[in-house]
Design a protein around this ligand. Sequence first.
Ligand SMILES: Nc1nc2c(c(=O)[nH]1)N[C@H]1C(S)=C(S)[C@@H](COP(=O)(O)OP(=O)(O)OC[C@H]3O[C@@H](n4cnc5c(=O)[nH]c(N)nc54)[C@H](O)[C@@H]3O)O[C@H]1N2
Ligand SMILES: Nc1nc2c(c(=O)[nH]1)N[C@H]1C(S)=C(S)[C@@H](COP(=O)(O)OP(=O)(O)OC[C@H]3O[C@@H](n4cnc5c(=O)[nH]c(N)nc54)[C@H](O)[C@@H]3O)O[C@H]1N2
Ligand code: SF4
Ligand SMILES: [Mo]
Length: 722
Amino acid sequence: MLKDKFFREIENKEHPNEKLIKTHCSYCGMQCGMNLRVDTSSNKIIGVEPRYDWPVTVGKMCPKGVTAYQQTNHKDRILKPLIRDDASKKGTKEGFREATWDEAYDLIVNNFKTLQKEYGKDSLSVFSGVSMTNEKCYLTGKFARVGLQTRYIDYNGRFCMSSAAGGFLRSFGVDRGSTLPWTDVHETDCLFIAGSNTAECHPTSMFRVWEVQNRGGYLIVVDPRETPVARRADIHLDLKPGTDLALANGILHLLIENGYADESFIQNHTNGFEETKELVKEFTPAYTSELTGIDEDKIIRAAEIYGKAPNAIVMFARGAEQQHKGVDNVSGYVNLALVTGKIGRPKAGIATFTGQGNGQGGREHGQKSDLLPGYRKITNPKHVEEICKVWGITPDEMPEPGVSAYEMFELMHNKTIRGLYLLCSNPAVSAPNLNFVREAMKNLDFMVCSDFYLSESAEFADVILPSVTWAEDEGTVTNLEGRIIKINQAQEPIGQSKPDWRMQIELAERLGRGQYFRHLTSAKDIGEEFRLATKGGNADYYGATWDKIDQQDGVFWPCKDEEDTGTPHMFLDKKFYHPDGKAKICALPYRPPAEEPCEEYPLRLTTGRVVYHYLSGNQTRRIPFLKDMCPDPYVEIHPELAKSYDLSHEEEVRLFTRRGEAIFTVKITEAIRKDTVFVPYHFGHEQSINLLTIAALDPMSRMPEYKACAAQIEKLGVKESI
Ligand SMILES: Nc1nc2c(c(=O)[nH]1)N[C@H]1C(S)=C(S)[C@@H](COP(=O)(O)OP(=O)(O)OC[C@H]3O[C@@H](n4cnc5c(=O)[nH]c(N)nc54)[C@H](O)[C@@H]3O)O[C@H]1N2
Ligand SMILES: Nc1nc2c(c(=O)[nH]1)N[C@H]1C(S)=C(S)[C@@H](COP(=O)(O)OP(=O)(O)OC[C@H]3O[C@@H](n4cnc5c(=O)[nH]c(N)nc54)[C@H](O)[C@@H]3O)O[C@H]1N2
Ligand code: SF4
Ligand SMILES: [Mo]
């Protein structure tokens, strides 16, 4: 299925005392194909080999992927439940003792029941993540609403994919991150990549990017930094952080002005063109250049290349999305494809680089405060009724919609929420405005954290539950293409660790809600109920059986029934998901970042990633090779800016904003704008850049503006002598 010219069917040879388990990487949305090597005498994972026969990544892996296997039998694994007896040590690693599962469960159930009795059902909350399989994500939503009976559930995708989701829903009426399979990417004529550090964050996409240029096609990259992919670009649009919408409007203006609009596509398949055309008139190259800081001629050339390309793909990632107008930025970039009609056919379309391994599936099936499985809405009575039938509850038992991830911390801070069940996320590092968020977690009456390593967030917990790594369980995930794939179990759980789904089923039993969960005894059972729950929804997985996934190298949703082989290309019939079948071209007035530089805070601070670490770093900071390659955070500064502050390479500085401060090592580099500084966010405690970031939320997606705020630097004093 959808194998391209890079596909190589190479036999993976097993060594005499090993077996190979076909699976995918635990980390990013690329979900590179890998074989885990398992020693047949100890039944332990001992290594990894790439899978050449995986059509998306054909044997390619990055430094995180090739070392991912080292997580499972790592010395830092939590092997038994831990209970904190000494509450005064909250917020530190100290004060925990080992306990039995029964003791841990009893403590949780007693506390949860007491809180709900005293403060109501909604005094509890669930905060989860999407490094989990679809089965776990699905069950977590059900556990919150049926097991705990609370409205408050949300997840770390709110910090990740929510603006892409919001933009796609508004423009297309459906949110599948990519309208086409990755096997199309290298065959297009122009890639327009905005706010994606592709070579570090989705490294195994790069061979397709290079192939576009090898074939004579073009690469346009939008980023305030000259990242590796920007360095290779035909045009690098080095915008000021937070100004993507001005650029998108400016390019749209040129496309329309210069005759690249596809009148018949606009007429037949879209709404909103005239209004948008009117709005973008103002965005002349001169005005766009003034707002974005990009040279006029580069903007003109980029529009010309995109306009002329027979096929083009507009791609973006968190650079454009993690802003308080992230949804508008997404719709703004989608406009380029809708106005030129470069969508709804092979080799042309829109794709966001989905972040986490299951960033796509995890956002579709009920972990979001307002969504139910299959992308159903909790505010839609028909949708609620459909899910109630699967869950065996009545519509009046379905909780109301809750609030978004950051807003849950606000409710913890003011003690509306009293209890938290945290799993698969480390918000004490990854949430914005951390001084506030850490305080909110400290304010909780009772907190449970499920993780396989003691994270910075687990330090705030009263009970820590030992979960398993991805290799000790099975299930499906949905990769960045919208392709549902299978994770296979390579090893039994170590120590007394358990998969999250098992903990939730056992807890539901003790909470007196067992009748809704006890029929589920395996990941496969949950998978069957999950498929049924998605049936008829926009994200319909009903036809994606585990057998079909195996036979076809994955199944693209929607996949409605046994006969359906899935949908690699979206909108081939030019039917969008709005009621009238048309896509929406959006008229989007520009607004600047929530916090603009000023005299006191003259610099623009932006944040992001490095190739060696993953998210909060709780997993990758423990892998020796990755830690050696990038042991500490740093602040990237342009040589001219460094000079104006009298800073030299590797000197320590204090970086501060209105919210907080931290000390970082200076990395002088020409690969960044002169008015902008960049810090990677993978580090904990006093090294977290999120102590400084702003929690300005997008009005639709409630995404925080991680990518732009105002900052200042202070030189700390004497240079280290060399
Ligand atoms: N190595 C590694 N890979 C990862 C991850 C990881 O932690 N480490 N995480 C995964 C996850 S969950 C995600 S969400 C993705 C994220 O993948 P990306 O979005 O590619 O990663 P970021 O580094 O957050 O941001 C991308 C780029 O946005 C640029 N940028 C900053 N401000 C702006 C702006 O205002 N506009 C534009 N256009 N660009 C801007 C930054 O300079 C940066 O180069 O990566 C996934 N892959
Ligand atoms: N400043 C700044 N902040 C950001 C971003 C940014 O660009 N800049 N990006 C944001 C983005 S895009 C994201 S995705 C978030 C992510 O931020 P987090 O949600 O904090 O991501 P992780 O570090 O993956 O946290 C997952 C935790 O769960 C554990 N874990 C992994 N798998 C499982 C499992 O199956 N079960 C359980 N119980 N635990 C598991 C891991 O050990 C880890 O401690 O960070 C956001 N924060
Ligand atoms: S690119 Fe992503 S999925 Fe592939 S090996 Fe690296 S982290 Fe894993
Ligand atoms: Mo993410």
